[in-house]
Design a protein around this ligand. Sequence first.
Ligand code: NAG
Ligand code: NAG
Length: 339
Amino acid sequence: MHKFLVLTLLLSFLAACQATYCEDCLNSGNHYCADTKLCNSPVCLNSITHIINCPRAPNATYDDNEARTKWLPLFGASATNPTMAQKCFDNNWPTMKLSKYILVNCSDPSPILPLTTCAMITAVDTTQKILVMSFRATNTGTQLEEEILNYFVAKKAFFDSGYIFEFFYDAYVALWNGGLSAEMRNLKYKYPDYEVWVTGHSLGAALASVGASWIVKAGLFKPEHIKVLTAGQPRTGDYAYSLWHQNTFAYSFRIVHAHDIVPHVPFQYELVDHDKMYHHRTEIWYNNDMSVGSPYHVCQEADGFYCSNQNADLSWNDHTHYYNTDLDGYGNKGCPKAN
Ligand SMILES: *[C@@H]1O[C@H](CO)[C@@H](O)[C@H](O)[C@H]1NC(C)=O
Ligand SMILES: *[C@@H]1O[C@H](CO)[C@@H](O)[C@H](O)[C@H]1NC(C)=O
């Protein structure tokens, strides 16, 4: 056998052992040290106390080129009208066809805030056998305020797997009942063996996490047939939700651009009910402008003091720019190619 192959196999075997060792260490009531890779290391800078953060490589391979040429236009297409959404596909992924545009009222019942809407698209590529659910980002400042207010208000149980924020839950259910449920059942019936790609930016990223999880919980699609890729995702649910998500989806990537503020809200340690919020794996962190060829970190921990959590100075501008593209107006221009 080739030496390199032997080495690769050996390294991945050791990595798998390491993850198990960390879990066993935590299960026995100790802490695991990410620096020394030992259980209960007396001196430890990065001590891991939650299984969700036991260091390991993702189960799938992140593809930077695919992200910028396919996923980016998918989340661009969710942020515009149906005509320009199809234009996004024509410009970047010609075999992809818009199937449905869903727009619903997703206002919080709170009387102090005006009407807000949530939107998404579904699409089908019969050549590559892919179905798409892509969720729109926050489109008004009001909606963002509403989300933030909600962070301190309530969570709802996500089936039997923890809790997610009420605003995300309600917004998702509004879309699901507003046409998404019927649409996905219809697509599943017509294309039973297709992959499902689920995506979104910002609020859309949280809804993508919920959406992928929902179609599994609803028994519609198997997680092995689903790919999730989000950009600038806020913390969406609690520890149990995130652990379930990462134990369920082999292919789920959470892209974080440098100092983007949104992945840091709401805080992991809540002031109000101390119900700790966590991100699920796998964070892909670009600590640069994300232009073509930029390096990135494939993060080993779900939501530890690692990767983007090391940044204390946070930026809104980094939130609106992904893959060196200003997402504000990108969809409305029909997702022009970068070069
Ligand atoms: C939007 O939803 C809110 C909360 O459910 C409701 O109070 C309001 O009447 C709805 N507005 C419209 C136009 O449907
Ligand atoms: C990821 O890989 C690990 C180690 O091989 C395995 O135990 C786990 O079930 C996999 N997770 C998913 C979601 O496929």
